[in-house]
Design a protein around this ligand. Structure first.
Ligand SMILES: [Zn+2]
Length: 225
């Protein structure tokens, strides 16, 4: 069986199967919205807020927060919500509201990159993803959008061969080890001025070849939806 899958014929069959399956998914979604509806309904049940233990760890990590419990708001629910005013001395203006486990990931990342100041454009926002009808991770308080760190601006310094540019590169790589999804200026125009970091369903950063396939798939989706 393994020999068949690894053969040229096997690769062709598997690719054809993936193509047909993806095609079927796109057709079902565009005709009925059934897949995004199923995802939007089931996604909250797959999220853990981390309970009391998470709140204790967050406090021990030096995060200044107020626990707000689970906050239902239609399809958008933040489990074990925490309203944060500062993380390890980094003041957050405006304050942010996140799922406790996602707040822990953010705190860990900021410590790892030795951040002293950050600017952001939000965490919780009840909305769909930009490219589909599926709920954004922002709908569950599991995402944060970062615009600058230690004075290095994502819109101005990303990709530059400067101290700030290299620092952002390092911060991006670190985020790949901690968050499930990291989206930035190299991924699409919508993220040209910020890093989107979330603890949703994902595997960290994709290798370049996978990013290219993802980009093509998004482009195709945009054309049919
Ligand atoms: Zn975002």
């Amino acid at each position: 069986m393994l020999r068949l899958i690894l053969s040229v014929k096997g690769i062709f069959i598997v690719s054809l199967f993936i193509l047909l399956f993806s095609g079927a998914v796109i057709v079902i979604e565009t005709q009925t919205s059934a897949i995004s509806a199923l995802y939007n309904q089931s996604r909250p049940s797959l999220i853990s807020g981390g309970g009391e233990q998470c709140l204790k760890t967050l406090k021990a990590e030096g995060v200044d927060f107020v626990a707000r419990g689970t906050r239902p708001n239609g399809q958008c629910t933040i489990k074990n919500a925490v309203k944060i005013s500062s993380i390890n001395g980094i003041k957050l203006r405006p304050t942010i509201e996140m799922n406790c486990k996602s707040a822990l990931a953010t705190s860990k990342w900021l410590a790892d990159i030795n951040a002293k100041t950050i600017t952001h454009i939000g965490t919780f926002n009840c909305r769909t993803q930009r490219v589909s009808r599926m709920a954004s991770e922002h709908s569950f308080g599991t995402a944060i959008d970062i615009t600058s760190i230690n004075g290095a601006s994502v819109s101005e310094d990303w990709g530059e061969d400067t101290h700030k540019g290299r620092y952002l590169e390092k911060a991006h790589s670190s985020a790949c080890q901690i968050f499930a999804n990291v989206v930035g200026p190299d991924d699409n125009k919508a993220h040209r001025d910020h890093f989107h970091l979330d603890t949703g369903i994902g595997v960290g950063c994709l290798p370049d070849w996978a990013k290219k396939i993802k980009k093509l798939a998004y482009r195709a989706l945009r054309e049919v939806i």
